[in-house]
Ligand binder design. Structure first.
Ligand SMILES: *Cc1c(COP(=O)(O)O)cnc(C)c1O
Length: 434
């Protein structure tokens, strides 16, 4: 039954019910057409959304597999359904890879998304009404870190810290004094729009001083940790939550790492507290992505992602577009556009017209409302997967500059974008076939 590795040497005669795009075309041309035009859209422009990436064909193959059909509530060896012998093996391999790659004592691969992983971490450590200290959304935090429109802000007593106005860096003295004053049960660090490294050791000592659990939401940067390009939060945190689809380049989903001490609490919080059956096709695809992230190629990729973000940030700075905090140590830069007198919303629309996809973003102490914003956020995970380097980032920076400051240049910029992405295709034509 099971396929020992040797049997996979020649799979030409093996009956496999895998993704067959032709069947989708025949059965539902409407949706098939959308899938193809989305691929065209992604390939036909520059994708600079900092939280996106191009996952590998191997990951997509696992995602498109019949593992999607299997009900496997519970954990390997302790399921509530029969027939789980094969999916158990996939989940065990994924858990072992996550523990090895991140040096963690325990890993849970089942959260459906980053928000679900965070919901489970809250459930494991805090009761409704208890105090949580986290980064404020307008300064780069995430919705799940206490926004009023999210469960976190509705169910918990949230105290927020931000960045200093003078240097736009996390103010660790403020974090410490808020922690000592409010005695939160949980302290969260990690952000969606903070370009700098976070001092996990400082957060650990603040958590120890104030008697709090330390959660690191590493959704954005865990791929850089996996690639050994930035320091790891794992030695300092009680729990590390993250998404698997950002720099890490896996399937859309979430994951949680924790210490042996908190392992049972986290597992119970994911299932049965927050979720029912795990998405076993996604769990298998996470295992594939973790294997890819263990390779020397991936380490080179992670380092290049940062060099590219630094090159892009410098190219934008040279045109009067100021990088918040003066630059970046990670895969993203937050750019203040007040110097060129363009709002974030205008810049996003103008870039879109030139086939450059990025997002408007609030900057710290932003005078504009969030729907407008004074800045944009740019990230390099996708363009680096396409093989672009620092030389291309200088070109991309110049193209963004023209698109942002001169709306009439959109057609000319778009045609230069087309030339560039044709030299660095996302998914070369052979890897996705119809
Ligand atoms: C992206 C992100 C999340 C949420 O991930 P989803 O998969 O979109 O739910 C949570 N926290 C941070 C810091 C993020 O950047």
């Amino acid at each position: 039954m099971a396929n020992p590795a040797g049997e996979l040497d020649d799979i030409s005669g093996v009956p496999f019910w895998g993704p067959d795009f032709g069947q989708l075309v025949a059965e539902d041309p409407e949706i098939a057409g959308i899938v193809l035009s989305e691929l065209d859209r992604a390939r036909g422009g520059l994708q600079l959304i900092a939280s996106e990436n191009f996952t590998s064909p191997a990951v997509l193959a696992a995602l498109g597999s019949t593992l999607s059909n299997k009900y496997a509530e519970g954990y390997p060896g302790k399921r509530y359904y029969g027939g789980c012998s094969e999916v158990d093996r996939a989940e065990n391999i994924g858990i072992a890879r996550a523990k090895e790659l991140f040096g963690a004592e325990h890993a849970n691969l089942q959260p459906h998304s980053g928000a679900s992983a965070n919901l489970a971490a809250y459930a494991a450590f805090v009761k409704p009404g208890e105090t949580v200290l986290a980064m404020s959304l307008p300064h780069g935090g995430h919705l799940t870190h206490g926004s009023k429109v999210n469960f976190s802000g509705r169910w918990f007593d949230i105290v927020s810290y931000g960045v200093r106005e003078d240097n736009e860096l996390i103010d660790y003295d403020e974090v410490r004094s808020l922690a000592l004053e409010h005695r939160p049960r949980l302290i969260i660090c990690g952000a969606t729009a903070y370009p700098r490294l976070i001092d996990f050791e400082a957060f650990r000592s603040i958590a120890d001083e104030s008697g709090a659990i330390l959660m690191v939401d590493a959704a954005h940067f865990i791929g850089l940790v996996a690639g050994k390009a930035i320091p790891s939060p794992v030695p300092y945190a009680d729990v590390v939550t993250f998404t698997t689809h950002k720099v890490l380049r896996g399937p859309r989903g979430g994951m949680i790492l924790t210490t042996a001490e908190h392992a049972a609490a986290i597992d119970k919080a994911v299932f049965p507290m927050m979720q029912g059956g795990p998405l076993m096709h996604a769990v298998a695809a996470k295992a594939v992505a973790l294997k890819e992230a263990m390779s020397p190629d991936y380490q080179a990729y992670a380092a290049q992602v940062i060099r590219n973000a630094q090159a892009l940030s410098a190219a934008l700075a040279s045109q009067g577009m100021r990088p918040v905090s003066g630059g970046t140590d990670t895969h993203l830069a937050l750019i203040d556009l007040r110097g060129v007198d363009v709002t974030g919303a205008e810049a996003e629309a103008r870039c879109d017209a030139a086939r450059i996809t990025l997002n408007k973003n609030a900057i710290p102490y932003d005078p504009q409302p969030p729907a407008v914003g004074s800045g944009i956020r740019v990230g390099t995970p996708s363009v680096t997967t396409q093989g672009m380097g620092e030389a291309e980032m200088a070109v991309v920076g110049a193209l963004i500059g023209r698109a942002v400051t001169d709306p009439a240049s959109a057609p000319a910029v778009a045609s230069e974008v087309t030339e560039l992405v044709e030299r660095f295709p996302a998914y070369d034509r052979g890897s996705v076939t119809v």
